[in-house]
Structure formats: C-alpha cells, structure tokens
Design a protein around this ligand. Structure first.
Ligand SMILES: O=C(O)CCC(=O)C(=O)O
Ligand SMILES: [Fe+2]
Length: 320
C-alpha cells in the first residue's frame, strides 16, 4: 500500500520529532508519532529527535573519551590502525578512508567499535564486522565511556524499530527477531578545520543515530541538488535512514546522500552509531512497499553480505 509513495517533493528543512510518546500505552498517540516518522522517512530520509533518552552525562563522557583519543600521538593511534583489524575496528587516519575513489580521501579521523557484552566484555562472532574491539592504552575509563554511550544508543535504536514498523503499517514487532544481534558499529569522529573537497555518502545500514557537537558541518542533499544544512540543535540527535531500510522498503524510505564538511575554522567532533540488522537477515522488500507498478527493485541479499561488500569497497580504496 506504500509502494507508490514516492515523492518528487523537495525539502529545505529537516523535521524535528519528539520521541516522548514512543512507548505511550495509547495506540493513537503512538500512531500519530509514526505518521510523523513516516513523513520524514518518505520525504527527507533525515530527522532530529528530542527526548531520545540518552543522558547528557553519557554523551559528555563519550565526547571526553573522543577528545582524549584523538589528542594521542599519531604513532600511538596508528598502532590501532583499522587496516590491521580483520573486522574493521580501530583507528582511521586523516585521509585514510575514502568513500569516493575519485577523491583523495575523507577529511576526518575515526575510531570504530562494535558490540561487546557490557558485563562479561565478550564479543559475538556472527561474521561480518563482529569480533574483538581494540582499545588504546593510557586512557583510563576510555572503554567504559565509549561503551556506555554505545549501549545507550543501541537501546534508542531498538525503540525506533516499532515506530518504523508502525509507519510502514506492518506488525509493530516485525523487526524484533531481525534485530536480536544487530550489527551496530559506532564511530568517534574528529574533523579538523578543513577547506578541501569532501564526499557525498549514503548510510549502508538500517539507520544512523548521530550525535554532533555545535559546529555546523553536516549537509543533506535535497532532490533539487541543493545541500541543506543539518544545523546542530542542542539536545537532539540526528537519525538518518540507510540503505538497508531503503532496500527493505523498496526505496519508499529514502537513504539520502549527505556529507560533512567542516569549514568553520574550528575542530568538530561527532559520534554516529550505524544500526544494522542481524547479519543473517534477508533484505527482502516488505510487501506493503511493492505493487505491480512498483515491483521489488533490488536482488535479495543478507544484511551481512551487503554490509561487508560495501565496507570492502570503502577500505579497498584506502589500503596502504
Ligand atoms: O559527522 C557527521 O556529521 C556525519 C557522519 C556520517 O554521516 C557518516 O559517517 O556516515
Ligand atoms: Fe552518514
């Protein structure tokens, strides 16, 4: 029934959605929220959330950890280089990653972590990017600060799925068994002041939950090919739909091209968490998003195959 919901309408602003009613017992209240989310996912592919439930103290601790890490000597960071990790964990140097092979590389430094059990610190191994994290030495509390934010963002991600399901008019629990072991990678990002070229990127997961500091850099491409600023709004997080949800919804939900360019003259930090489904889940178009006129557009692949192939493309361009 949503198959034909493809819009040519453009946008100049990114909607702000209040999540305070995400688990309201009143079905009509949840439905009203889902309608707003549907509208944002169909028309923009991006929205801000308020009342997202992640305490400010948890965010500040993660930011503190990021600042401590990126201030380490380059040689120390390079010991944790992501190219040494079989499962895409660790440090990406400035210009080390390249989401567009035409360009010289992305102008940020990054540090990637994945899921680990908060109590036993053990990891899963479902293939893909699962497996051990790497941790710097000499930064007390770093791991806890980073993982506390990771688990808080993961919890937020889980509570978005029933809303997406409702927005698609399918069983609220549709995504539950597909996200029991979600492939969620979190990244600390540091953008030095820059003026060089930057790339347009599309998320490869279900959606991204992004915390950004107060420095303007994130931009979203609208259908008129104009870059719309995702202005930093204190107290919010930015949610953007990625390619997995776009495939699942047969492009009814948009995975919108975006980029981050820091021409502010000052340093910028951001923390995206990329929320992917379980690796073994087949990304198969949801029936409400297909019709005779709009048949399923994509071959069916598992989430794991899809993410891995996209990541290998990204890192292949930057192999040292
Ligand atoms: O740093 C940002 O604001 C956005 C980063 C991003 O979108 C990404 O890494 O996919
Ligand atoms: Fe992104």
């Amino acid at each position: 029934m949503f198959a034909s919901y493809r819009t040519d309408s453009t946008f100049e602003e990114i909607p702000i959605i209040d999540l305070k009613d995400a688990t309201n017992p009143d079905l009509q209240v949840r439905e009203a929220l889902a309608v707003r989310i549907r509208d944002a996912c169909i028309n923009v592919g991006f929205f801000y959330v308020t009342n997202h439930g992640i305490p400010e103290s948890v965010i500040n601790q993660a930011l503190d950890a990021a600042k401590g890490f990126f201030a380490l000597p380059l040689s120390t960071k390079e010991e944790l280089d992501i190219h040494k990790s079989p499962n895409f964990k660790g440090y990406t140097a400035l210009l080390g990653e390249n989401s567009n092979p035409e360009n010289r590389g992305d102008l940020h430094e990054g540090f990637d972590v994945g899921w680990e059990d908060p109590v036993t610190l053990t990891v899963r191994d479902e293939g893909g990017m699962d497996g051990k994290n790497v941790w710097p030495e000499g930064l007390p509390g770093f791991r806890d600060k980073v993982m506390d934010y990771y688990h808080a963002a993961l919890a937020l991600g889980r509570c978005l799925f029933p809303l997406f399901a409702r927005a698609l008019d399918i069983d609220e629990h549709f995504f539950d068994d597909k996200t029991t072991k979600p492939a969620a990678i979190m990244r600390l990002l540091y953008y030095p002041p820059q003026t060089g070229p930057i790339d347009g990127i599309q998320g490869i997961v279900c959606f991204t939950i992004l915390w950004q500091d107060n420095v303007q850099a994130l931009q979203v491409l609208n259908p008129n090919r104009k870059w719309v600023n995702a202005v930093p709004i204190p107290g919010t997080l930015v949610i953007n739909i990625g390619d997995q949800l776009a495939r699942w919804t047969n492009d009814v939900f948009k995975s919108t091209v975006h980029r981050a360019v820091n021409t502010s003259g000052v340093e910028r930090y951001s923390i995206p968490l990329f929320f992917g489904s379980n690796y073994d889940v087949k990304l198969e178009a949801i029936p409400s998003c297909c019709s005779e006129e709009f048949p399923s557009k994509y071959p069916v692949v598992t989430a794991g195959e899809y993410v891995k192939s996209r990541l290998e493309e990204t890192y292949a361009h930057s192999k040292k």
